[in-house]
Design a protein around this ligand. Sequence first.
Ligand code: AP5
Ligand code: MG
Length: 236
Amino acid sequence: MVAASTGGPRVIFLGPPGAGKGTQAARLADHLAVPRISTGDMLRDAIAAGTAVGKQVGPIMEKGGLVPDDLLDRIIGERLRMADAANGYILDGFPRTLRQAEGFERMETAHGDVTDDVFVLSVEVPRDELLRRLSGRRWCPQCQATYHVYNNPPKNDARCDNDGAKLIQREDDKEVAVKRRLAEYDERTAPLIDYYRGRSRFHRIDGYRPPDVVFADLLAIVARRPAAAARAEKPA
Ligand code: AP5
Ligand code: MG
């Protein structure tokens, strides 16, 4: 188990659509007993609930575009202030633009936290494998669990293991939207790799391996204790 930093373990998952961010973020959050904060899931919840935000973002997401930065800043700002995020969190899908990354730094600095202590894990997978994963992904509209028709099929044909709901294909996993999502990633999210690269807690992860093998790597990385935690425990 990872020793908590002064504010608990904090992790950002970077990576293109289909890299396995959601799959690994869920496992790591369970393991570290911290919330997984997936902006994609939060936005899909808003669409399902028919809120004003959901109505605004629905058409953008369906086509594979990115939702405006100011909306994301607000959503994440509110989420990080919730009590369960006080002892750490896993960010899955945020930040996704330089503006979001800068906004996140300002937010965390305002809380007195050291953003250098945040692990940034960049999951890398070849493009043809991303396409294979996205086209075969199936999704539970009730609990948002994800499956894959070949790699990770449900126990019962086309039904969610958790709640029995009928699995569907995400609208943005269809071909045209996938192209746009990949283009958005290349143009607006991939530059974050350079933004974070110089930091001590930036790690590239080879995501083109079985999920258990990828997860073992992640665990080894986050088990390296943040210096701030060690400093905090040393007697004065
Ligand atoms: P989001 O929900 O974050 O989607 P995404 O980034 O496109 O990523 P995916 O969920 O498609 O892939 P993943 O990396 O999580 O892979 P997964 O684990 O599912 O965002 C959706 C939309 O919301 C965006 O397009 C945008 O519109 C909006 N949005 C969200 N955040 C935003 C932000 N910050 N700013 C602006 N807009 C935002 O795995 C994929 C498949 O592969 C699954 O079937 C899985 O079973 C399988 N798989 C996983 N790992 C492996 C493995 N190791 N080997 C084989 N198969 C595997
Ligand atoms: Mg995901």
